[in-house]
Design a binder for this molecule. Structure first.
Ligand code: CTP
Length: 424
């Protein structure tokens, strides 16, 4: 469920005529539950999939498709001008073609011409249609015009076929919309061609076949990074441990691991092929020396002590691998630090020391404890760079934080399409 927002914003949800139109009902809900004023504008074709009554009931507002309905209100001008965000989902090939050409042959396309707020197109169509040069050009045109065109998911499409073109999950569409509301320029298409390897979640160190040592990591920050990077055009592999996430981000390859050593194996092997490596996972520093083959019984003598061994420091190992030439020198390596202040220094002091110790290019420092960071939706902290630059990360959603981290990453990626003006 969406968190109730402190400010009520006006959101136009444009619905194209595709089978995925039914999924948009959850997106409308996401925004109304956050307290926003939602106006739904379906195309004529969209109403063949979902009736106007459903959209009216969900948004609590009237629904029209034509410019000539309610002419006295000049709806296409009013709705577009007043909107703080327009989300088009599913954005069909036809709808994007009409929008790219600047047509105004229904209320939705006319509204798009008058909107000056962030516009998010979320495409859904068959793979052939998505890959057709006409669609590719229309997507590029829309991005040049300042719109964000989401990268669709891969997977099961209508009928028996699978491939790129699936509508991302409604939760993800909601998060991307929230991000654009918080920061209209958060999703430039500037990471095209950049290969990104991201770890997320907590590791689990087995004690016996049913028990493990774990931690509170939810994986939310790593998932937010993977989601935002993929939407900025990067080719993302996410190596995920235990997470508390409802689904997988669109257009991201997800590899599952359990223990720190499994994570290490995946990261070392894949880092050689990556331009950017981000260690957002919460890695257990220790593991039981031995894993019992059968469930440990309570016994009569009470609990037996657990003997622990130290796990490898994966981040430090990646930096060492780069120094040794096993990972290309140009690979950007980013670490995370979850810190609490103590008698030896504050959160930032510990962060600075950790950056020096780990030798990575960027370190994201989070203050933890008292319910902060772990499992929460919001986050705050600092971004420390090896060259001494220190950037404060203002309090906000983990998705917003991810977008700020990626800005810095984009500026460090050599030969990428990095930089805020990058385009497809
Ligand atoms: N990390 C890692 N391998 C480990 C432990 C941590 O790669 N065995 C990575 C984390 O993914 C994170 C960074 O190192 O990017 C810092 O993790 P953190 O737990 O804050 O630091 P530690 O090295 O464990 O140091 P300490 O617990 O002493 O603060």
């Amino acid at each position: 469920m969406a968190e109730r927002s402190t400010t009520r914003r006006r959101i136009v949800v444009g619905v194209g005529g595709g089978i995925a139109a039914y999924k948009v009902c959850s997106v409308i809900r996401h925004f109304t539950e956050a307290g926003h004023d939602v106006r739904v504008i379906p195309t004529r074709a969209a109403l063949k999939f979902v009736g106007a009554a459903t959209f009216e009931a969900l948004s609590g507002n009237p629904v029209t498709t034509e410019v000539f309905d309610d002419v006295d209100e000049v709806a296409h001008v009013a709705l577009g001008r007043q909107a703080d965000l327009v989300v088009i989902a599913p954005a069909t090939a036809d709808l994007m073609a009409r929008a790219a050409a600047g047509r105004a042959d229904d209320l939705l396309t006319a509204t798009l011409l008058t909107a000056r707020c962030p516009v998010l197109f979320v495409p859904a169509m068959h793979t052939e249609m998505w890959e057709h040069p006409a669609t590719v050009e229309n997507v590029a045109t829309l991005r040049r015009h300042g719109a964000t065109v989401a990268v669709p998911a891969s997977g099961r499409l209508t009928g028996a076929d699978t491939g790129a073109g699936r509508l991302p999950e409604p939760t993800e569409i909601g998060l991307l919309g929230d991000l654009l509301l918080a920061r209209p320029d958060a999703l430039p298409h500037d990471l095209g061609g950049v290969r990104m390897l991201i770890s997320a979640g907590g590791t689990r160190e087995a004690l016996d076949p049913v028990r493990y040592l774990g931690n509170h990591s939810s994986g939310k920050q790593g998932y937010a990074l993977a989601r935002a990077a993929a939407q900025r055009g990067a080719q993302v592999t996410l190596v995920a441990g235990a997470v508390d996430e409802p689904g997988e981000p669109a257009a991201v390859e997800v590899v599952r691991i359990a223990s720190a050593r499994e994570l290490q194996e995946q990261m070392i092997r894949r880092a050689a092929e990556a331009d950017v490596v981000i260690m957002a996972a919460a890695v257990a520093d220790f593991r039981p020396v031995s894993v019992a083959g059968a469930k440990i019984k309570k016994g009569e003598s009470g609990p037996a002590p657990i003997e622990l061994d130290t796990n490898p420091d994966i981040l430090a190992g990646l930096v060492a691998g780069r120094t040794a030439g096993e990972i290309p020198e140009r690979t950007v390596i980013v670490g995370f630090a979850a810190e609490t202040g103590d008698e030896h220094g504050g959160v930032l002091d510990h962060g600075r020391a950790k950056l020096r110790r780990k030798g990575c290019d960027l370190l994201v420092v989070n203050a933890v404890g008292d319910g902060r960071a772990f499992g929460t939706e919001d986050n705050t902290g600092w971004l420390l760079a090896a060259d001494g630059t220190e950037i404060g990360l203002p309090y906000g959603s983990k998705t917003l934080m991810a977008s700020r981290i990626l800005d810095e990453v984009a500026s460090l990626v050599p030969n990428g399409e990095g930089g805020r003006s990058g385009e497809v």
